[in-house]
Design a protein around this ligand. Structure first.
Ligand SMILES: Cc1cc2nc3c(=O)[nH]c(=O)nc-3n(C[C@H](O)[C@H](O)[C@H](O)COP(=O)(O)OP(=O)(O)OC[C@H]3O[C@@H](n4cnc5c(N)ncnc54)[C@H](O)[C@@H]3O)c2cc1C
Length: 534
């Protein structure tokens, strides 16, 4: 029976790769367990558990203050830290003032004074007004591209303050290409603040038989260079967000403490957006970029408003079966010059670690806990991890030993199937995790949100009359659905394979086939994902 399951797994994996390679219409016929990342913990910690050092809208000033314009990467000396991890100050440029002025050239309109008229856009002095629900990666990327082109954009973000989860993030070559197209100045700031990882080797190792060397090696550079894309880098989410707010979206266009709860498409065009405090705001378009627990999606699907959010995760999403623990620590592995990240595999658990620059490492561990599990007797999570990874590679224990127990974070991972009913409703569309939450295994969830933003920006720029909006939003969905679904699917399949490694390894023939599939198709996957064709 187990063999049948594994054969199916290998077949499905193969099918996923073939679909991705052919760009064929994609069908989900995978095993029933979907693993898609949840933003629940991040959303819950926003506002509730305000960080000491950070405020969504005041980060730049804080990074430079206290350091007299210099920055010391050693946390024991000075610097701004999130979860123990030191952050680089946002880059500056000699022409910063002009850039800021250019971003502010479109007057801010009053967004709560009733519906906007239907209009011809070329002849109108009134630009399209786009309301973005959610100021995460995808929302800020979309706002950046539209503001650059002179649109009247308002971002409504539920958080009062930003509490990061997950530490540094990989921005992969395809997303970097999109960012460069969206705004080259924003891109160069990201490049400056990030740490290149795409120029080094990465891969998989056996957690216990680590001395046997690499099981699979990933070469991100060749695919990126072939497509003319920038090389993948790692950057802290907070720094990335601050760069968006400096070079992409004027701060007065981000309205914090503003939770979108529902909307109404207005007859004749436009949309009325309702905030939690009852305020009604009006735009020509509403984009729901409000993450996996999207209220815009919830309303679009006609679900009970009383059942929205992570509290009802088990009803409106499916638990992936795994909890993800993360930590960041000051540690320099011996192979840092040659290796960017490595993942150690075992049975029903695995751990990965990546360089995040300046002598720091970020690690993440998957364990098969039921959702909401607390550690016994409030035992520090790190102690539990040390126990669960006992007899695994000493490299893992070097990381644990270098990590302060209080910086370890934990979040349950939920998943959801693709939205076959669509991503749009009249003048409303979804973007990023709101419509295609993606498991973290391939590090492509945020990348897909940025790709969405690039494509949607291009589509919105083509609109010449407000009457075209519903049709153009549908065109955006058609253009994005297959690729975003393939990324979801490959990430989920990756997750299944990684957690079942020991079974695969010890099962004659099937295990070998699966490893052969990974080794043969992994470069094809890279080529598919690392592309500017989306
Ligand atoms: C452990 C982990 C590691 C990851 N690593 C990577 C990686 O290396 N690379 C990568 O590309 N991806 C990675 N991802 C995935 C990535 O984080 C997400 O795919 C990405 O953040 C999605 O962006 P988004 O803008 O769609 O949603 P989010 O980033 O979740 O942003 C949504 C925003 O909307 C706000 N919001 C929510 N509800 C409302 C509301 N009702 N009204 C107003 N605002 C609202 C939230 O506060 C938030 O600011 C990882 C995920 C996890 C869990």
């Amino acid at each position: 029976m187990q063999d049948i399951v594994r054969i199916s797994l290998a077949a499905v994996l193969l099918k996923g790769y073939i679909c991705s390679c052919n760009g064929a219409r994609f069908a989900f016929v995978g095993p029933s367990r979907w693993h898609i990342s949840a933003r629940a913990a991040q959303l819950a910690t926003f506002a509730k558990d305000a960080p000491k050092n950070y405020n969504l809208l005041s980060m730049s000033s804080q990074t430079s203050s206290g350091n007299n314009g210099t920055y010391d990467y050693d946390p024991d000396v000075s610097g701004v830290f999130v979860d123990g991890f030191p952050l680089l100050p946002t880059p500056t440029r000699p022409d910063d003032a002009e850039l800021q002025a250019s971003l502010r050239r479109v007057p801010i309109t009053s967004y709560d004074d009733g519906p906007l008229p239907r209009r011809e856009l070329q002849r109108s002095s009134q630009p399209l007004r786009v309301i973005v629900a959610g100021g995460g990666l995808g929302g800020l990327a979309l706002a950046s591209t539209l503001i650059n082109d002179g649109y009247d954009v308002h971002v409504f973000e539920q958080a009062t303050q930003y509490k990061p989860f997950g530490g540094p993030i990989q921005i992969q070559s395809n997303a970097l290409w999109a960012l460069r197209e969206i705004n080259p100045i924003l891109f160069s700031a990201v490049e400056e603040a990030g740490v290149q990882t795409g120029d080094r080797l990465s891969g998989l190792k056996d957690g216990r038989r680590y001395e046997e060397g690499w099981l699979v090696k990933f070469d991100a550079a060749t695919s990126a260079r072939k497509g003319g894309l920038p090389l993948t880098l790692a950057i802290n989410r907070v720094v990335l967000q601050d760069i968006f707010l400096k070079y992409g979206v004027p701060r007065e266009r981000v309205h914090t403490s503003s939770k979108v709860v529902s909307y109404n498409n207005i007859e004749g065009g436009g949309v009325e957006v309702i905030l939690e405090d009852g305020t009604k705001v009006y735009g020509d378009i509403l984009i729901g970029a409000d993450g996996i627990w999207s209220r815009v999606k919830h309303h679009m699907e006609g679900l009970d408003p009383a059942e929205a959010g992570p509290k009802f995760a088990a009803k409106h999403a499916r638990y992936s079966g795994y909890t993800c623990f993360t930590g960041t620590c000051k540690h320099t592995p011996d192979d840092i010059e040659a290796v960017a990240y490595k993942v150690f595999l075992g049975q029903q658990q695995y751990l990965g670690a990546t360089d995040c620059g300046h002598g720091w490492q970020h690690w993440w561990a998957f364990l098969p806990d039921p959702p909401g599990t607390l550690t016994a007797d409030n035992e520090p999570m790190l102690n539990r991890l040390k126990r669960d990874f006992d007899e695994w590679s000493p490299e893992i224990h070097d990381l644990f030993d270098a990590t302060k127990p209080e910086v370890v974070k934990k979040r349950d991972l939920f998943d959801r199937l693709p939205l076959w009913n669509g991503w749009t409703d009249g003048c409303v569309a979804l973007l990023g995790d709101a419509c295609h939450p993606t498991m973290p295994n391939l590090g492509q969830g945020g990348a897909m949100a940025i790709e969405d933003a690039y494509v949607l920006g291009e589509i919105i720029r083509g609109i010449q009359h407000t009457d075209e909006i519903p049709g153009r939003l549908k065109a955006y969905e058609r253009r994005r659905f297959v690729r975003a679904s393939i990324a979801q699917y490959l990430s989920r399949n990756g997750s299944d394979l990684l957690v079942d490694w020991e079974t695969l390894r010890t099962t004659p023939i099937i295990g070998e086939i699966a490893m052969w599939c990974i080794n043969v198709f992994q470069p094809l996957t890279m080529n598919y994902l690392y592309s500017a064709k989306f």
